[in-house]
Design a protein around this ligand. Structure first.
Ligand code: ARG
Length: 702
């Protein structure tokens, strides 16, 4: 099967794609997309985009902080990414006195840049298809040896780098990937959240959009050029490449491409899997509604809580809204029915040849069987994780004991040392923690859980006479829990002093009750995994053979991809047309001083009023955001939107509501990528932030 796939890839005939679907693999651009890229309007060759021997565009793109994308925009390691990508770092650096999140921040001198412990950026050095050597080794039963040989050769050839292997196309293809990671990343600047997150959760996932969703950071390296942990002696990175910026503007039908790190898509999943996914998401939506309502109430009542919970709330709400949009889009666009129809056609094709029947004939059945077997236990698991495990206190206990066991696994250690490691693992969490709020969440989540969970998953024996979950007085239990537990504050925890002591803590007892239910579910969840993997691998290989001759791309898996397409408007519903760009006028229209999501800073209003737009306006107005039909997903956030010459014209930051099923199926007429115009970004840096130093550092393509 693997063999067939490699042959299929090698024998591709190039037909221009009709839509701009595709998160293309960089090493295959030359083979798969060369003609189509040119036909679409790209002026760069595949080698100028991705090359492992010479500098190419990919050298200016980074994975930012593990879940986003960023790009280098100066010869001194300056990075631009989304505001929502820098959000948790900026939140962590903020205090009520220095509230960079609310007020914005600009380092107008290098020495003002602020280190962000824990934040890293990753450069892709190369990725190499090793499927064939592995297949050969498999025949001799020497896969492990071969893997070792290949990775250690790559390690030797790339000092200071991380080498890993990753599979694509549901395990049909394996790549060896080399990354270079930099851990000294410093905060350079961001607009206030009223701009960087303008429109808040209301506008999130929606067009028309007016968010200035960007922030800036700088990568530092050791004086000798190698990656290094933070040190005063470090110097700004001298990157292999950085992007030039175009101020020429963005117009309908312009060619655009986006390079970045899309996280997860499910384009090779079956109808059975998709239905299950929607059902699991519904559990998450419901549990998060309970939690988020309480969080939001507390945040609105107290600015201190607002700052502490800003990042937690945003990331919870982002998924929560996405899943709801998905549910709606699934219905409206008939996603499952279309997938079923495709599967029928696939099976007809399979039935035509005995060989196909043998290779792919049982795949769909195997997947359905595995999904069905894991359905109930998965639902129970999701409910446990989202509801009772959603209590922050419970999460703290989990982290604490992971810290403890990690220390114990490292070697012989005293109770004192293990305890210190546990405290160390959680101490950062207390900075943004409100036990009063968490107690309310605990009551609501436990009530929600009791209502939803099957009685087999009752959390009995929670101590102090709280034995029977069915009749548990949840209010009284929670009061006792938060009163007695040492995990509610760092002081209390530190004072507890020993692992043995906190093992009997009421929060540890609760955590243990939840974990033992989860552990009980594991066999039922993991059991069908092997069958699922087998079925998925065969189904994907079958699809590849079925669609032989078409360029293909694997599901997103946090590896770097290219997507190309054009600037386009769209029609969200009958009789409505959405223009492809928004302007500052729309920001003023949306202003609502009574709604925290739609505050417009005074300074921005002044600049708007005096039309003080510098060189960043078009037709006398600042354009804020624009639309393309590029194929992106979460993880692409912060990705550069590039013109035909590879110059930066914007940053991708969102998808649109009408196509929230996009991770599963690409909708050519509806799916759009929402981008912030680089001219709005630079207008904000220069005119609102007064950070001329940053503008001077940039490289403009005129
Ligand atoms: N929807 C965006 C994405 O997933 C994130 C937007 C963050 N903003 C927010 N209001 N939560 O990439």
């Amino acid at each position: 099967m693997k063999k067939l796939l490699s042959l299929a890839v090698a024998a591709l005939i190039f037909v221009p794609a009709i839509a701009d679907e595709g998160m293309w693999l960089l090493p295959l651009l030359n083979k798969m997309n060369k003609k189509d890229l040119a036909a679409a309007g790209c002026k760069l060759t595949p080698e100028e985009i991705y090359n492992i021997n010479n500098t190419s565009l990919k050298d200016a793109i980074v994975q930012f902080g593990g879940g986003c994308t960023g790009e280098i925009i100066s010869g001194e390691g300056l990075i631009v990414t989304n505001h929502h990508c820098g959000y948790s770092s900026i939140q962590r650096l903020s205090t009520p006195e220095h509230n960079y999140l609310m007020d914005g921040f600009w380092a107008i001198r290098r020495d003002m840049e602020i280190p962000c412990p824990g934040l890293s950026v990753t450069f892709l050095v190369e990725m190499k298809d090793i499927t064939q050597p592995l297949e050969k080794a498999e025949k001799k039963g020497q896969v492990e040896e071969k893997l070792k040989e290949l990775t250690s050769a790559a390690r030797d050839a790339n000092p200071d780098c991380e080498v890993l292997t990753q599979t694509f196309y549901n395990d049909n293809v394996t790549y060896l990937i080399v990354y270079k990671v930099y851990n000294d990343v410093r905060f350079v600047g961001a607009p206030p959240a009223s701009i960087g997150k303008f429109g808040g959760e209301t506008d999130n996932w929606m067009w028309p959009r007016h968010t200035g969703d960007f922030s800036m950071f700088r990568v530092y390296m050791a004086p000798d050029g190698s990656p290094a942990e933070y040190s005063e002696d470090n110097v700004p990175l001298q990157p292999k490449n950085h992007l030039k910026i175009s101020l020429k503007g963005v117009h309908e039908n312009d060619y655009t491409m986006i390079m970045g790190y899309p996280g997860r898509t499910q384009r090779f999943q079956t109808a059975a899997q998709l239905e299950d996914m929607v059902a699991q998401n519904r559990i998450r939506i419901d549990a998060r509604t309970v939690r988020q309502n309480l969080m939001w109430e507390a945040m609105c009542a107290d600015p201190k809580v607002q700052l502490e919970y800003a990042s937690k709330y945003a990331s919870s709400a982002n998924g929560w809204k996405k899943w709801q949009g998905m549910e709606l889009a699934f219905k409206k666009l008939g996603i499952v029915a279309r997938e079923k129809e495709k599967e029928e056609r696939f099976m007809e094709w399979v039935a035509k040849k005995p060989k196909r029947q043998e290779q792919y004939g049982s795949a769909l059945g195997e997947i359905s069987e595995a999904v069905e077997k894991a359905r109930e236990p998965m639902a129970a698991y999701t409910l446990l994780v989202e509801a009772p495990y959603g209590i922050e206190l419970v999460g703290f206990v989990g982290r604490f004991f992971r810290g403890v066991s990690k220390k114990q696994q490292e070697g012989e250690c005293s109770d004192e040392e293990a305890f210190a490691a546990g405290v160390n693992a959680v101490k950062g969490l207390y900075r943004d923690y409100e036990p009063t709020l968490d107690r309310k969440e605990a009551v609501a989540l436990l009530e929600f859980y009791r209502e939803r969970a099957d009685e087999r998953f009752a959390l009995d024996s929670l101590g102090n006479g709280f034995e029977d979950f069915e009749t548990l007085d949840i209010e009284r239990y929670a009061s006792w829990l938060f009163e007695e537990s040492a995990f509610t504050s760092l002081e209390k925890l530190t004072a507890a002093g020993s692992v043995e002591k906190v093992s009997a803590d009421p929060a540890a007892v609760l955590q243990d009750a939840i974990i033992s239910k989860i552990a009980g579910l594991y066999p039922a969840i993991m059991g069908p995994q092997e069958l699922l993997q087998k079925g998925s691998k065969a189904f994907t290989a079958g699809l590849m053979e079925w669609e032989k001759g078409q360029p293909s791309y694997p599901d997103a898996n946090f590896t770097m991809r290219l997507t190309y397409g054009h600037v386009l408007p769209y029609s969200p519903k009958d009789a409505v047309l959405y223009r492809y760009y928004t302007t500052l006028t729309g920001v003023m229209e949306k202003e609502d001083p009574t709604n925290p999501e739609f505050i417009v800073p005074e300074k921005l209003k002044e600049l708007y009023g005096s039309r003080d737009f510098g060189r960043y306006a078009e037709d006398g107005m600042i354009r804020t955001c624009f639309l393309t039909n590029n194929d992106i997903t979460g993880g692409n956030s912060g990705s550069p939107v590039l013109n035909a010459n590879g110059e930066l014209i914007g940053l991708a930051f969102d998808g649109n509501w009408e196509s929230m099923s996009s991770d599963v199926m690409f909708e050519p007429d509806l799916q759009r990528c929402i981008c912030v115009d680089i001219r709005y970004v630079l207008f904000l840096v220069e005119k609102l932030g007064g950070a001329k130093n940053i503008i001077d550092e940039l490289d403009f393509a005129y």
